[in-house]
Write a protein that binds this ligand. Structure first.
Ligand code: NCD
Length: 308
């Protein structure tokens, strides 16, 4: 049962629970009308202490499409945070008014911390610093399921900023729980996958490289990512690394005909726009699946998953 639970990192849920969210997302995609009133009378608090386009809009669209309503802010300066209120007090107050809350914060661990103050209201982590981004993982898994038939037995290339990319940390840890997954980690040496994540993987299941060209032909899935400018201490270092990988038509020629290219977005330069027309580029479809999977997640956490 997922009713009343928090989602701070994907490891909070069993694999069968994650699969049940995706199953519900499939049902919602097949019959959106059937679910358009399940959250009637419910309120979602959307607390964004860091910029967002897809995550915030997809959560808000998800709640509205389930018949619920939204309160919140996308600029903490418009809340009492600017008067020095603690996060604990903010959450206790929000809990008086809403049924479920989504929080994004630049500091690692914030979502876990605030969940300790919420007694009745499920908390969903929409990204905490460079740490985790569990709902992007649900989005990614649903996309893989839709385009590749399921999440087992794939060679997954993960390319870009593996050091700071929270979507990558959450996805890799979760995919490693499926059967037959092999990873190819592609990054500049400065942005390698952190040791604390590598330690959690079977060494037989991954390899590391700096060259995308050398490995692209082996991949079933290529997960591209943006160099995370806001997490760098030095702007100079960011500028040196930001264009390290640029996926273009020429590189795509070396890829399998059924490889898919994913990206959590926003992209900066790492995928040339000419790739968008390639049928293997699925990142905008991925953004759309993000809304459906968040509809399923909200319905599960509120215990309102049956059609009206
Ligand atoms: C990602 C994030 O915020 O971590 N974006 C998203 O939620 N789709 C990726 C990023 O910002 O690079």
């Amino acid at each position: 049962m997922l009713k009343g639970r928090h989602l701070i990192e994907p490891g909070d849920f069993q694999l069968n629970e994650i699969e049940s969210i995706m199953q519900l997302a499939d049902n919602i995609i097949a019959d959106p009308e059937g679910y358009s009133l399940v959250c009637k009378g419910k309120l979602l608090a959307s607390l964004f202490y860091e910029p967002s386009t897809r995550t915030r809009f997809s959560f808000e669209a998800a709640m509205l499409r389930l018949g619920g309503e939204i309160i919140g802010f996308d600029d903490p300066n418009n809340s009492s945070v600017s008067k020095g209120e603690s996060l604990g007090d903010t959450i206790r107050t929000i809990e008086c008014y809403s049924d479920i809350a989504v929080i994004r914060h630049p500091r690692e661990g914030t979502a876990r911390l605030v969940s300790k103050f919420a007694n009745e209201m499920p908390i969903i982590n929409a990204g905490d610093g460079g740490h985790e981004h569990p709902t992007q993982t649900l989005t990614d898994l649903l996309t893989i399921r839709k385009f590749k038939g399921g999440c087992d037995n794939h060679v997954v290339g993960v390319c870009g900023d593996l050091l700071f990319g929270r979507t990558i940390h959450s996805l890799v840890k979760t995919l490693s729980r499926y059967q037959g997954i092999r990873f190819v980690f592609i990054s500049p040496t400065e942005l390698k996958m952190p040791a604390h994540i590598l330690y959690q993987l079977d060494p037989q299941t991954y390899k590391e490289t700096t060259s995308l060209d050398e490995v692209i032909g082996e991949l079933d899935i290529l997960y591209m990512s943006r160099v995370q400018r806001e997490r760098f201490v030095s702007e100079e270092e960011y500028l040196r690394l930001k264009n390290y990988y640029i996926l273009d038509k020429k590189k795509m020629k070396g890829a399998k005909p059924d490889m898919i290219v994913m990206h959590p977005l926003p992209r900066v330069n790492e995928i040339a726009t000419e790739v968008d027309e390639d049928p293997r580029a699925v990142y905008f479809a991925q953004a759309k699946y993000g809304m459906y999977v968040r509809m399923a997640l909200i319905a599960k956490l509120l215990g309102v998953e049956d059609k009206k």
